[in-house]
Ligand binder design. Sequence first.
Ligand code: PEP
Ligand code: MG
Length: 313
Amino acid sequence: EERAVLDAWTGPAATADGTPVKLLANVADGKSAAIAASGPVGGVGLLRTELSFLNRQDEPSVDEQTDIYAAVLEAFGEGQYVVVRTLDAGSDKPIAFATKEHEENPALGVRGLRLSFDNPGLLDRQLDAIAQAAERTGTETWVMAPMVATVDEARDFADRVRERGLKAGIMIEVPSAALLADRMLEVVDFLSIGTNDLSQYTMAADRMATDLAHLTDAWQPAVLQLISMTARAGQRVGKSVGVCGEAAADPMLATVLIGMGITSLSMASAAVRPVGAKLSAATLETCRRAAEAALAAADPLAARAAVRDVLEG
Ligand code: PEP
Ligand code: MG
């Protein structure tokens, strides 16, 4: 019977006591955006722009990029917003026109925002296209950079985004950025935690290595601590701190994240219903107790068991 209640959930997302929860979608292009927009979401928490360019040899013109981004933005309207991530090329997502050819250690190499260090024009042209798409569609547009490691990088990126009249943020996916969340929030408008890479870099375990999956697990206590620190930094200054990695798509972990004070959860469209249903069955107070239980646990297995106890208790 409980199963049936959860399966029948259609939104809008809220905890059992009626506290609204912001659920967002991870999308790649106009097509996946249209699918996402048909569900109970507040917009897009992660547009992975690099996925449109995986098979491109040359950099698309600003006009062509504008059309691609506008196709996503136009799927969302009043009261919704779209977080566009700038090119996250490199490592597991090589892009012919952007990434270096031979790197000893591509996951620790020139990827994400680092590509703009010696090629700032690539970033500036993408930001021009994003700004033009925002203007054309009128959709509220936030812009964030992947793979930020220092406050200087965050400040420089935010300056470029704000020059174009858009809201600026960074992803938290490197432990250095999580440890400096307070200082990052002095220079940006919002944070979004990428738990896939944050787990990889915290645990020093390749996210593609299936035999290390027990390490690249957001339920690891060290990863949970970094997420919690980042959420609290956001709460102190009243700025948004979302999660857009796979962790947000795990219904039980979603209750933990909301209990930590995370302000939005962004996930593949298919995960929105199970996550929304799970949250609708727990009060905010229960989510807070779930977060405490997870943070106190010694390992991922114990954390999952402790949270299950709280949620069923
Ligand atoms: C992440 O690292 O968690 C993330 C959302 O970005 P991607 O999976 O695209 O690296
Ligand atoms: Mg990432």
